[in-house]
Design a protein around this ligand. Structure first.
Ligand code: CP3
Length: 365
């Protein structure tokens, strides 16, 4: 299949993932895994050591390319995902990202007041985020059309959570208080962040990304009326405004959200090509409620990978069949994935069992 995008025309050797997102026929269900490149792989740990730090790794295009390709050398994955992080965008907006040992990501200069928000601007993709675009182009070159490359961003709400809290949070106390006490200020923060997300995804597409995913990791922590006002509204803006071509050359956009099950109808109507769901909703129910308007991605509970190979195979088959039963007996329009990212203590051999089981079971018809 030939695809033209920002920088190059290529023939993909394996286009199952893009076909599934267009809900076209496939020989078997495509599979990739959120956080497929990461600490569960010994070769990742070695490259990270060489880089010295996570940001050292993410900002070095050669090393970012290397770790992107590592899981593809081991497993028959149907897509590559850019190795980077969602927090590169607020970092480029001047917040000063750092990783405290054992504590996860933090910002030196969190956004706490209307004055802090007024200072924010969309970062220049060609300078402060150039390293991301360089990694995308390099990965595309090295992939040489083997599988498509996914680019990604955090959702405006999820990025705002880190920007306001200054790092991870158990209860999101600061941003939830801001939503109620200073909603206009939070909307200004979300507007500029949405502009940045759209520019960031468009730049990744121009550099060679062949699909784009937005991670709304923390949308599900809000009550429904607040989710609709502070997260969904901006996801809808991205789906409507992100330029991504037409017809067979359209670059698909996937909206993944943890805890997004109550909002599937609205997400399916957003104009996105795919919706990613976690394991708290069955794929059959998700298919019935979205009516075939979008492709669905998901949704095995990642902790399934701690179970036995037999259990992993059975759970993968169950998820595949749940989708197909609700989709008129057809497996088309489903991208298999986990319902959230992998963890560092997972067994690499269990990942192989899962990837092979998805292909084998779905190939049987
Ligand atoms: O999926 C992939 O293989 C691509 C790479 C990727 C990373 N982060 C690498 C990473 C992607 C897509 C992300 C997205 C991301 N980052 C999200 C959204 C997805 C999700 O998991 O919900 C979020 C919320 C973040 C923020 C973030 N970055 C956290 C909370 C952490 C700490 C995690 C930890 O376990 O320490 C990071 C760092 C990070 N990003 C690591 C990796 C592989 C681990 C850092 C290390 O190597 O030490």
């Amino acid at each position: 299949m030939r695809r033209v995008d920002g920088t190059q025309t290529v023939t993909l050797k394996n286009d199952r993932f893009l076909r599934a997102l267009r809900r076209e026929p496939v020989d078997c269900t495509p599979v990739w895994l959120m956080r497929q490149a990461g600490r569960y792989l010994p070769e990742y740990r070695a490259t990270r050591k060489q880089a010295g730090s996570f940001m050292g790794l993410a900002t070095n295009p050669e090393l970012a390319c290397e770790v992107t390709l590592q899981p593809l050398r081991r497993y028959e994955l149907d897509a590559a995902i850019l190795f980077s992080d969602i927090l590169t965008v607020p970092d480029a907006m001047g917040l000063g990202l750092y990783f405290a040992e054992g504590e996860g990501p933090k910002f030196e200069r969190p956004v706490r007041t209307p004055a802090d928000i007024a200072k924010l601007a969309v970062p220049d993709m060609g300078s402060s985020l150039r390293y991301v675009m360089d990694a995308v182009s390099l990965i595309r070159r090295e992939l040489d059309g083997a599988v498509p490359l996914i680019g990604f961003s955090g959702s405006p709400w999820t990025l705002a959570c880190y920007m306001v809290e200054g790092g991870g949070s158990d209860n999101f106390a600061r941003i939830k208080a801001m939503a109620l006490n200073e909603p206009a200020a939070l909307h200004r923060l979300l507007e500029v962040t949405t502009d940045a997300v759209i520019a960031y995804l468009a730049a990744q597409r121009a550099a060679g990304a062949q699909a784009l995913q937005v991670f709304d990791t923390w949308g599900g922590v809000m009550a429904p009326h607040l989710y609709r006002e502070f997260s969904l509204r901006y996801l809808q803006r991205i789906a409507a405004e992100l330029p991504r071509g037409d017809g067979a050359d359209r670059t698909p956009l996937i909206l993944f959200g943890k805890g997004n099950a109550p909002y599937l109808e609205e997400l399916a109507a957003s104009g996105a090509e795919g919706v990613g769901v976690d394991w708290t909703v069955g794929l059959g129910e998700a298919r019935r409620r979205t009516g075939g308007r979008v492709a669905l991605q998901g949704n095995l509970d990642p902790t399934t990978l701690y179970a036995s190979p037999e259990a992993i195979r059975a759970e993968a088959a169950r998820a595949l069949d749940d989708y197909a039963a609700a989709n008129g007996g057809s497996r088309f329009g489903h991208v298999f994935n986990l319902g959230h990212g992998m963890s560092p203590d997972m067994d690499p051999e269990h990942v192989r069992v899962l990837v092979d089981a998805v292909h084998a079971h779905s190939r049987q018809g």
